[in-house]
Ligand binder design. Sequence first.
Ligand code: ADP
Ligand code: LRH
Length: 479
Amino acid sequence: MTAAVAAVDLGATSGRVMLGYVGHDELRLVPVARFPNTPVRVIDGLHWNILELYRSVIAGLASAVREEPDIRSIAVDSWAVDYALLRGERMLGTPYHYRDDRTAGGVEATHALVSPAELYAANGLQFLAFNTLYQLAADRASGTLELADGMLLVPDLVNFWLTGQRRAEVTNASTTGLLDVHSGAWDAELVERLGLPAGILPPLVSPGATVGTLLPAVAAELGAPASLPVSAVGSHDTASAVVAVPSTAEDIAYISSGTWSLVGVELEHPVVSEEGRLAGFTNEGGVDGRIRYLQNVSGLWLLSESVRTWERDGVPIDLPTLIAEAAAVTTEVPVFEAGDAVFVAPGDMPARIADWFGSRGMPSPQSRAEFVRSILESLAAAYAQSIEAATALSGRTVSAIHVVGGGSQNTLLCQLTADRTGRPVLAGPVEATAIGNVLVQARAQGLVAGDSSLEALRSLVARTFRPVRYEPARGRRSG
Ligand code: ADP
Ligand code: LRH
C-alpha cells in the first residue's frame, strides 16, 4: 500500500513543501510549494523572516492537504544552529541569522569560561563562531536571555507552533554545542559551566518519535484532522540529506552541497581527537544514532552572493549559462581558501575574493567567468583537502564521493571535485534533504515494509534516483 507524508524543508536559500509517496519498493516526491528565504537587516542586525517563512509553510501544507487529503504525518527540517527564545508561548524578538556578527563577543566570553579543547572534548563540534552556544552567550550579554524560559531551534519552533509541544530534536540539537557527544544528552555540567540557564533547554526527541498532533486552530487552517501527527525526523537538514545518500557502501564520502558544503563520512562512533579538532572536524548527530563526521567548508553561498552582487545592475543572471562560461575558461585561475571566515558575512563577494588575492600579492580573476571558475576550483580544492583529512582522521577508505543537494546540479563543480579528489563523483539526488525527511517519517508511520534500516532506505533511494557519474581526469588530483 502506498501512502503520503508531507515534508517541510527550510534551506538557508529557499524552502519547500513536498508530498512524499512511500510504499512497497516505491518512493516518489511531488513538490507542492517553493518559496524564497530572504533575511532582513534591521538596526540591531541580520534576522530570519521567520513569520513569513511560517506563513509559507502553512500555505504549502494547506496545498499539500488539498492535493492529498489522506497524508499520514508532517515533519520539518531546516538549517542548523539558529533559534528563537520564548517566554511562555511568546517569541522574544525575531531569530538572528547565523551570519549576523553579534557572536564575536559570545565566542570570547565562552572561551574565557571553557577552553576550545575542553569544549571539543565535551561536544565534538567544529569551531564555528555561529554555533548556538556562542549566540546564547551574546544573548546573555545583551540581557535577553534572562527573560527567556525556553529556546527552540528553527524546526522545533515550527513544530511548537504546529502542535503546542516544546521539544528539541536531537540531530539538530547536536549543532548547539550543548550536547554530550558521547551520550547524546544535554551536557548539564557544560551548560552550568557556561552560565546558561538549563531550564531553557527542552526535552530531547529522536527522529521517528511523534512530537505531537496539530493544534485545533492549525488543523482548521490546513483543512487537516487535528489527529494528524507531526513527526521528528533528522530536523537538521544535513542529517536528513545524509539519510538520502544513495549508497550502502562503507567506502564512500558525501558532500551535502547547497548554501554550505558539508563534506565527510558516516561513522558509528564519534572521533574526538585533538587532530580532528585542529583540522576543524565535527561530530554531528545522525539519524539512528550515527555520527556525521564532517567539515563545514563554505559552499555555493560564495557563488550566489557573487551573483547577487553582479545582479545589482538590474540584469538577471542565468546560473547554468554562467557555469557553462566558467567551464569554457582555459587559462589557469588562482585558488583561494574557500573556508576563510572573511567570506561568511553577506556582501560584495567578488571584491572580497579580489582583496583576498591582493593582500597575498596574487593576481585576481578578471572576468565574471574567471571569478566563477576560481570559486568552483577553490571549493573543489577544499573538498579534496577535507576528504583526505576525513580519511586520515577516521581511518575510513573513500573510493567514491556522493554529492547531494542543489549543488549536485553544478556540472562543473562535480567534474572539478572528481578531478581534484581523484575519485569518481556520483551526483544527486537534488532534493536529498526532503527525501530523507520523507523516508524517516514514512518509516515511523509503518509505510516502509520489511527491512527499514538506514541501508534499506538508502538502497531504495539508489534504485529510485540514479546518480550522474563523473570520472576524474588523470593527473589533476590535489589535496
Ligand atoms: P539550501 O538547502 O542551502 O537552501 P539547496 O540544496 O537548495 O540549498 O541548493 C541551492 C544551490 O543549488 C544554489 O545556491 C545553486 O548554487 C545550486 N543550484 C540550484 N539550481 C541549479 C542549477 N540549475 N544548476 C546549478 N546549480 C544550481
Ligand atoms: C546547512 C546547514 C549546515 C550548518 C549550517 C548553519 O543548511 O544546516 O549543516 O553548518 O547550515
